[in-house]
Design a protein around this ligand. Structure first.
Ligand code: HMG
Ligand code: MG
Length: 308
């Protein structure tokens, strides 16, 4: 199994969005710019900056335009933002974003709590905005949440998530990020879900978005990797949670993921030392300890010789 690991993996960094959206203390835009700058120095190439959702529902990200206009994005890095509807798309377009991410859930109740829409209404909304966004030159990614389980409904049929995925791909989304929103998945379940999707969806079109609520995120990412999935969403320091998913703790920590991948010869293009620094910046700006293991343990520098 190990000899067949992919050579490369791509990380989609979500700390500035998923990481911060649940923080209660207001974080100034200047501090977010500082974190963005620290992330830009790591080699990460795909960074979700913020959300163009209702500021009433997610006040922490109400500075979305200001943040998007304040960051100076180095060449080669793609920044993206969450968009729920036509107004969000217009807001993202007004600041010149080249990529957006639409989102919905595989379970009806979470979708209604999170977006005040039925699943069918969410799909209708995306039918209205995804093709024009692509026509205007944007790339569109999509999230399907609660694939492993719903905080309100419990077990979720992965076929429901697959139906939604088919439709989002048909609309032109370039990648579907499958979310274990409340971190309930086990490795066996992850294998079953990934195998179901991979029967008809190319691995490059799938990503795993794993919350580490029950300590399973890294092992679930490894399961996905062994099956050929090579894009993983992660958040520096393990910062994160969803305001409309009770119990959704931090995302898979980017440092832990990079440490595992690079340690197994899977290239990420990310400089772990710079990433650890970015984790320290994240911790400073939120003003509380972050849960990432690598973040807490620090860099491991093997000695050159057993006696050295
Ligand atoms: P709504 O209130 O049902 O919508 O919001 P509405 O269309 O009836 O509009 C009501 C008000 O909101 C109006 O303002 C609109 O202008 C405003 P008012 O007239 O009352 O002053 N509004 C907006 N303002 C700014 N930007 C917009 C926008 N849209 C409407 N885009 C909506 C519907 C979806 C917008 C709302 O429910 C919302 O923003 N929800 C927040 C959802 C959210 O951000 N959840 C967390 C992210 S998802 C997540 O974390 C999961 C993920 O990480 C993957 C995983 O872990 O599985 C992605
Ligand atoms: Mg999430």
């Amino acid at each position: 199994m190990w000899t067949e690991l992919p050579k490369r993996a791509s990380i989609y960094e979500v700390s500035l969005r998923d990481g911060l959206q649940n923080e209660q203390r207001p974080i100034p835009t200047s501090a977010k710019v500082e974190l963005a700058d620290a992330l830009f120095r790591t080699g990460l190439q795909r960074i979700e900056l913020t959300s163009f959702v209702s500021p009433k529902w997610v006040p922490q990200l109400s500075d979305a335009e200001e943040l998007a206009r304040s960051v100076v994005v180095p060449e080669g890095i793609i920044t993206s933002a969450l968009v729920p509807n036509a107004l969000g798309f217009e807001r993202a377009r007004s600041v010149g974003l080249r990529e957006i991410a639409v989102f919905m859930s595989a379970s009806e109740t979470h979708n209604r709590k999170n977006t005040h829409k039925s699943i069918e209404r969410s799909l209708e909304t995306f039918r209205e905005i995804v093709p024009p966004a692509i026509d205007s030159g944007m790339r569109v990614r999509a999230y399907v949440s609660t694939v492993w389980g719903c905080p309100y409904e419990g077990a979720v049929d992965p076929h429901a998530a697959l139906d939604i995925t088919r439709e989002l791909l048909r609309l032109g989304c370039y990648q579907i990020s499958l979310g274990d929103t409340i971190g309930v998945g086990t490795p066996l379940q992850t294998r079953q879900i990934c195998e179901l999707f991979l029967r008809e969806v190319e691995a490059e079109r799938l990503a795993l978005h794993l919350h580490d609520t029950r300590g399973q995120a890294l092992v679930n990412a490894l399961v996905g990797l062994t099956l050929g999935i090579t894009t993983f969403d992660a958040s520096v320091g393990g910062l994160g949670g969803c305001p409309y998913a009770p119990g959704a703790a931090g995302n898979l920590a980017t440092e832990d993921l990079v440490y595992m991948l690079e340690g197994m010869g899977v290239s990420t293009g990310v400089d772990l030392e710079a990433l650890v620094q970015a984790g320290k910046t994240a911790e400073r700006i939120v003003g509380r300890p972050l849960p990432g293991k690598m973040h807490q343990a620090g860099l491991f520098r093997p000695r050159l010789s057993p006696t050295g």
